[in-house]
Design a protein around this ligand. Sequence first.
Ligand code: NAP
Length: 491
Amino acid sequence: MSRSGAVANSLKSIEHFIDGKFQGGSSKETFETINPATGKVHGLVSLGTADDIDRAVAAARRAFEKGPWPRLSMRERCDVLRKIGALILERREEFAIAESTDAGKPINESFDGDIPRSAFNFQFFADFAATYVEETFTSSASERHIAVREPLGVCGLITPWNLPLYLATWKIAPALAMGNTIVLKPAEWTPYTAYLLAEVMQQAGLPPGVFNIVQGFGAGGAGEALTRHSDVRSISFTGETSTGRAIMQAASATLKKLSFELGGKGANIIFADADLDDAIPTAVRAAFRNQGQICLAGSRLFVERKVYDQVVEKIVALVQRIKVGDPLSKETEMGALISREHMEKVQSYLAIGKSEGKLLCGGERLNELGDGNFLSPSVFTDLKIQSRFLQEEIFGPALPILPFDSEEEAIELANATPYGLSASVWSKDIDRLERASAKIRAGMIWINTWFARDLRTPFGGQKSSGMGREGGRYSLEFFSEAKTISYKYKI
Ligand code: NAP
């Protein structure tokens, strides 16, 4: 509520999308959406309430029970998905500018990464869903059992601000492919591209009520109301681990199906025999892409002592060359952090790093860039693994580097965190890579790479990093219910 604002005509008005129509909330209240690179308000967003969630869920339920969407053939639904993907690509530049303005991320990342990937999420699931194979169990010549998948009904989707459209579409596409209807609550900081997506849904001819958006806040607001709603059959959530816990509690009364993609504290392990020319620049990208605000970031770097000094020196040299600045400039490599609050949180970790370890570069607020949330990318050494700096998710441009002396120690360090989302291991020794992959407790292990993805593979975390998996058939199965139909034949 701290960002509630009076309506100003010059600002973009970002409304809810309910039952196929853009509309304000029942309370008529709005909140400001702020450009993280300038600190200036660039839009007024309808502030969703429990009442708006009720209306959106009712529309989604009507569309599910009486509308055509769940009754279309898979092929017909997938044709619509392809159209949505194509329409996003047609408006790629507009989407990219909206994403970078809302989230502070460099335009190159939005234009070449987030937006085409969002379009591809629809194209991928359109192709993949058509290949989904249901199972048949033949018990005898006279008895057969078929396991079919049915849509769940109204699916609640709650998404974060770091990859706003990319992660929302990663849930929307499989949910739609399986014949569900949706209520989406985007992150309060990044409402803009979800709004544009609703325009695309209208253009693509999606029937009213199939896709709904309620903008607003999480705890105590629209997000929480969605998790408590008795007509919502599932919640697919991406965000912080602590929010996942709150959602699990709130959803327990109505026994919803839950999928959680939560925080990370990825280990990046470089052995002395690694291809350092590849490992070092990749380690920099893994730590600082999207201002370090990526769940999959390589946010803890462990380097074998034999090459430690050399690697640290080269990393610092590369980090000092990162161009921080206006997210809308094509020259920019690192933009602004999402909000003043988040920047202050990151700065509180920088203070820990400075007092407990050694700062090698960066870690300063870049006042010369104006009122935006700009920090210079930082590298720290001499920290202990028990430090909060290495235990908690900072979600900012700060990389701690620690040395190790043996394979066992490297794996122990990698596992010494409550998180278990992803890890990278760099070496030329295939046996060592195999052992490390087996022993590191994380949902995704990259061998001599980072961020490589095939959308058919399971994506998700172990330990405090999540519950369930997304991707390929894992998403299609989450967004559907299995039903067994058994046949007895008289032969
Ligand atoms: P967040 O604070 O947990 O918020 C995520 C979403 O949940 C937002 O839409 C938020 O609304 C909503 N929310 C907050 N409290 C809620 C509640 N009690 N009930 C229902 N909804 C609630 O996370 P974030 O700061 O946006 O995103 C950063 C986090 O996401 C990091 O921890 C990152 O690692 C994680 N992440 C994980 C993955 C993955 O795949 N594992 C991918 C990307 C990001 P508001 O915006 O109003 O708070």
